[in-house]
Design a protein around this ligand. Sequence first.
Ligand code: ATP
Length: 823
Amino acid sequence: MDTVTGTVRNVIFASHDSLFKIVAVDISATTLVWTEPEIVVKGNLGDLQEGTEYEFSGHLVAHPKYGQQFDAVSYQSQRPTSHDGLVDYLASDRFPGIGPKTAAKIVDALGIGAVDTIVKDPDVLQKVGLSAKKADMLASSLRENLGLEQVIIGLGEVGLTGALANKVYGRYQEDALDVVRANPYQLIVDIEGIGFRVADGIARQLDIPADDPQRLGGALMDALFQITDRDGDTYAEPARLLDGAKSRLAGGGLGGVSDEQLTAALRDLADDRRISITDGRIFPKRLFDAEWQIANHLFALKSAAEGYDDDDITTTLNQVEHDLDIEYDATQRTAVVDALQNHVFLLTGGPGTGKTTVVNGIVRAYAQLNAIRLDPNSYDSDTAYPIMLVAPTGRAAKRMSETTGLPASTIHRLLGLAIDTTDYEPPELPDGLLIVDEMSMVDTYLFRILLDAVHPGITLILVGDKDQLPSVGPGQVFADLLASHTLPQAELTHIHRQDARSSITTLAHDINNGQLPDDFTAKQADRSFISCGPGQIQAAVRQVVTAAKAKFDAMQVQVLAPMYRGVAGVDALNPLVQDIFNPKASERTKEIDAGDHQYRIGDKVLQLVNNPEKNVYNGEIGLVTGIVSATKDDGAHLIVDFDGNEIDYASNELKSITLAYATSIHKAQGSEFDMVILPLTMASRRMLKRNLVYTAITRAKKFLIMIGDQEAFRTAVTTMADNRHTGLVDRLRKVFKLAPTEPDATDGETAATTTSNARVNDAQSLAVASTATGQVLHEAVAPPIAANGSDQAAGPTILTPALVARDAVDPMIGMEGITPQTA
Ligand SMILES: Nc1ncnc2c1ncn2[C@@H]1O[C@H](COP(=O)(O)OP(=O)(O)OP(=O)(O)O)[C@@H](O)[C@H]1O
């Protein structure tokens, strides 16, 4: 490692949302072979001050445009090392109220280490004779000047550097070192991106013993988050949790622990109310609370229903049918009536069964019955529009707006949810109709937050297709709500769609019923199947996309793949399709290098995280409209147009987007495309599930081209996804005072609520579960449940930044692409 010592002349670039800076430094000493008087230093440089001298450690790197720069991994200010230097420093402008006389008095009394002494214990200044006020001021200015720098250095000493150190500082500020030293495993709970391995590495630096209860608690919490926030359950079964914790502890190189010790750690976590153990299920506290709050809130809403006069409804509905020139079938008609007569209503159905048609009926009938004007322009800016149409993604909201002709937004936008909200307050929504589309994508956290804003003046309609993939985040809220049979609901089954898309629609329904139709491989007007082996997939995709280019633009054609890796994976197909739709025309074509791929103007890109501040959300697809070249003062920028919303990405923000020619099926939820190209091979066997392929083909509006191995399609169609383990059905049944649902192996929905050990087939781990945790499970006092089933003692879950961040960031990133296990 080399060092550069010198004074910061000026800050060339400072990132708004990280500690990254580029600064010009006048060199006083360096270990480099360097003849110039100055050098450009870049790195996570905290709150460096111009005019101050620092020592930077790092190495020289070559920038393609700006030549050689010093990449600093750490830095520290060169504090004055002489008596007089320190007096000058303390008497300088940065410490108002301290003149040369006082400064000299301080240094005389406290010596050359005065700064550290004061930061540790400001009271020493009073002994020197400073007033309490002056002492306080000096101590806090010193802390401000040195705080961040010291914290970053301190974090570096325990192994936390770069982006992770930034995150930790961002979360705890000046308390960061205290928190990390007190319990590094706390980071697992509080900081997105820090798991057991990183926390355990810090713990080793701090000499925390292998069997320290905090370490065991950390392993248990990390294993629990893996099962909930990453795999999608809302609770863990004891055997699986203990197995997960044990493998983490064994992997830390510090040796294993006994079952008794783990059991005690589990009990501690329950005592600290970080987990809730009930009925042999272990919940993270916030998911436990969220499920109870959802159940209680829905119960309160359902009880508040008033309803309209039956004759009024009939007259209104007849009028609506006349206006829309449609005749509702019996189920659809009942659905519209029930939706209007209740405060909460669930509407599910496959493609083409008329969900949108029913939603349109509900909106119009509601407006008529309540004498509401539907034209949003007739409302002035002070009057809230009472028809609130929302969806979990921007694209789904846009589609909703197109099919209803009314404004629609994302749920995040309606709720004013931001990424960094620490003290989030639900907005005051007006009385009116709130319709949530694509409800299958809404996870437990988001639904709880949404319900917080819903009051009895609102009629809430939840619409979705329960057979599609569940939400990326924990839970399967929509399927659970339906399976609980606690709320009025309708399932539309009759296919009304009669257009050219109907062959895709009927295929979707066949697949949902577990069959490939006899004509699966026969060419239809709107779909075809190209049979080929894994080695030919890329050639087939290239051929299909080249032909499609004559008819469609890149935004209309979507390649969907179940995995990231492999020959038929997203990572391989993206550049392949990019080269067809937007090839590099010449050596002079502008490009931004994003590591494993390049962006050019005209490229189709996918947003990977929710960014409410910029009004762009996970799953949205945009077009690159500009590339701003790097200058001496700033790095390159990419401009992306998301349906008229132009977003500027600095080069350090490029990780929140990727190429979108090929995406995972999960990412395409809530979106539709004119043409969908779906390659499937047995290499992704692990992912081949009915709801995955069903979700994929229902994204196709006009054409569906399936490519690959017919066996892969058959496997997918006949393989049901594991149900997620959730407690919501039980909570709802309890709050609504209904008997628990009977476990039924044939019913996919209710099976989710059983204690079936489908995922725990290891007899040994079951034995451990029944012995080691049996005691805890009996002893742990589940929080008192009020008469209506609420966890009163727990109080509301506070929306922590980590919670919001976990909500906002798609945990599937990087997880779908796990290398397939070949059988
Ligand atoms: N009762 C009906 N009589 C005649 N046509 C109907 C009826 N219900 C729906 N349709 C027509 O069927 C087609 C599909 O309906 P709609 O778009 O409402 O279904 P959907 O469930 O929202 O489908 P998707 O989920 O695929 O968007 C539309 O063309 C619609 O006009």
